[in-house]
Design a protein around this ligand. Structure first.
Ligand code: XUL
Length: 527
């Protein structure tokens, strides 16, 4: 019997599965289910429900429930040896929250395999929609909580981050303020990660220290619920939150629903899930402090491992617990892939290869042309009024705009990651857009650092599978070393290294000052 481990990733737009064979050190199966395409009856666009207020971004939790059923059915149909899976872990888009009533725990405990998961669970929500990480409608609640916790620096010191609109605490506070009855009927609040883990475990699952740190509710140093933050957020909150636990810790055996319906091994273990970014830290092998990665996905993220907990006094970056122990840092830029796509569509560019070629027709620095691509409200820098700003850039010039958007995204990363005080030797590039060599050339030159690609299209799901393997070994009384757990799975692509061009790097050393001034100017205009 093979030693298989399953990692799932419930992201904004899709649910993915990665199965690894621990002995052969190989990914043996990968599959993604796109919500808009596979589950059109929920009416989402890019996984999000339409809403008249552009700051509000909600998704239907039942869609995630149905996706899990469908994904397992797909794996069974594809002949995955589900009976040989020893443990399952997962990751979820961070910050999103699910509100469950007092019927949830009972329904989870006796999931009926003759019915679908949706039929089993449709009555367990005290709120039909879940605010997700793209939501930026809680500026007032952020200010209220921040004030009670003593300002930006103190909030970041206590919870790992300043209050952010998408973070779960401010979202919970808004729910309590606007729908007090529904809040009172909420018996349990879950994150996307802990909710999905609950389905597999058949019981309300703990929240881990990685995703838990994205709530503005966890004491980042003690890794326990922060009483001051709970009090600043909403009444009776402690009762509604599950316990905190280490990522990958075994919750118990997988629910009989999955055994009977899909043929999972009854001894297979369900473990604590984490956030997609913490899982990617594992999936990219960023085990040693100081190792960093840039992920070009729906959001663009800059993240890495950190030994000691060091918070950002300006409150732009985040510190989360790392599933590999210790801490990780993260800065999240909301206008990532979707913003690049908007520019590609605006100039009628067919595909990403053509986009890269177009960009390459221009010179590094774009003759000083700058584009601030805040199509959506931005997280870093904080922008609550979306809009695109151009400085010394001709809107009609397609090639210059193609270069400008990515240069701006990279300069923003460089500027806003200075607080980490990490001088990486190498950046690992990952995520959908990382297979575009022209983009990686800009990345290496702006960051003035070697860039290597890592061929993990699903780094979060792979990280989750590795976390399942680690959790399994811990449960068996072993003391697994993370280096050994990830070995063979997280090697960068051979010969993919791009070295910075010293001339181009010099251009960006200068341009970064202008870029910062443009940000100031645009922020002043819209404030
Ligand atoms: C991180 C964040 C995003 C989501 C995307 O803070 O908001 O990266 O996790 O799924």
């Amino acid at each position: 019997m093979a030693k298989l481990f399953l990692g799932l990733d419930s992201s904004t737009q899709s649910l993915s599965a990665v199965v690894i064979d621990a002995d052969r050190r190989k990914v043996v199966y990968e599959k993604s289910l796109n919500f808009d395409q596979a589950l059109p009856h929920y009416g989402t666009r890019n996984g999000v429900l339409p809403h008249p207020d552009p700051l509000v971004k909600h998704s239907p939790p039942l869609m995630w429930v149905e996706a899990l059923d469908r994904l397992f059915a797909g794996m069974k149909k594809d002949g995955v040896a589900l009976g040989e899976i020893l443990a399952i872990s997962g990751s979820g888009q961070q910050h999103g929250s699910i509100y469950l009533n007092d019927r949830a725990a009972g329904a989870l405990a006796k999931l009926d395999p003759k019915k679908s998961l949706v039929e089993n669970l449709k009555g367990v929500f005290s709120r039909p929609a879940s605010p997700i990480w793209m939501d930026s409608s809680t500026a007032a609640e952020c200010a209220e909580i921040r004030k009670k916790l003593g300002g930006i620096k103190a909030t970041a010191e206590s919870t790992g981050s300043d209050t952010f609109e998408r973070f779960t605490g401010p979202q919970i506070r808004k729910f309590y303020k606007t729908e007090p009855k529904a809040y009172a009927q909420t018996a349990s609040i879950a994150l996307v990660s802990s909710f999905m883990a609950s389905l597999l475990a058949g019981k309300i699952a703990p929240i881990d220290h990685g995703d838990g740190a994205g709530m503005n509710l966890m004491d980042i140093r003690k890794k326990s619920w922060h009483p001051g933050a709970l009090a600043a957020t909403a009444p009776d909150l402690k009762k509604k939150l599950p316990p905190l636990a280490a990522s990958g810790k075994v919750i118990g055996k997988v629910s009989a629903y999955f055994v009977r319906k899909f043929g999972l091994n009854p001894e297979a273990l369900a473990t604590v899930w984490t956030g997609d970014n913490p899982a990617s830290v594992i999936g990219l092998g960023l085990i040693q402090p100081g190792q960093v990665a840039i992920s070009l996905g729906t959001s663009d993220t800059f993240f890495g491992s950190m030994q000691k907990c060091q918070t950002d006094a300006h409150g732009e970056g985040h510190v989360f617990g790392s599933p590999a122990g210790g801490y990780m840092t993260l800065i999240c830029f909301k206008n990532g892939s979707l913003a690049r796509e908007k520019i590609r569509e605006r100039y009628g560019v067919k595909n990403w290869a053509a986009f890269g070629k177009l960009l390459a027709q221009t010179r590094p620095g774009n003759g000083g042309g700058i584009l601030l691509p805040w199509f959506e409200a931005e997280i870093v820098p904080r922008v609550n009024r979306p809009g695109v700003h151009r400085f010394d850039l001709d809107e009609k010039d397609a090639a210059a705009n193609a270069r400008a958007i990515f240069e701006a995204q990279m300069m923003s990363m460089r500027l806003h990651s200075q607080w980490m005080k990490v001088a990486p030797e190498k950046i690992l590039a990952t995520g959908g857009a990382s297979n575009n060599p022209q983009l990686l050339r800009v990345m290496a030159d702006v960051m003035n650092c070697r860039v290597e690609r890592i061929e993990v299209s699903k780094s979060a799901a792979l990280g989750a599978a590795l976390q399942a393997a680690h959790g399994f070994l811990v449960q068996a009384g072993k003391k697994p070393k993370w280096e050994k757990v990830v070995a063979g799975f997280t090697n960068p692509i051979p010969n993919s290294e791009i070295r910075p061009n010293p001339k181009a790097a010099k251009i960006y050393d200068k341009l970064i000052g202008k870029y910062a001034a443009c940000e100031w100017e645009a922020l002043k205009q819209i404030s």
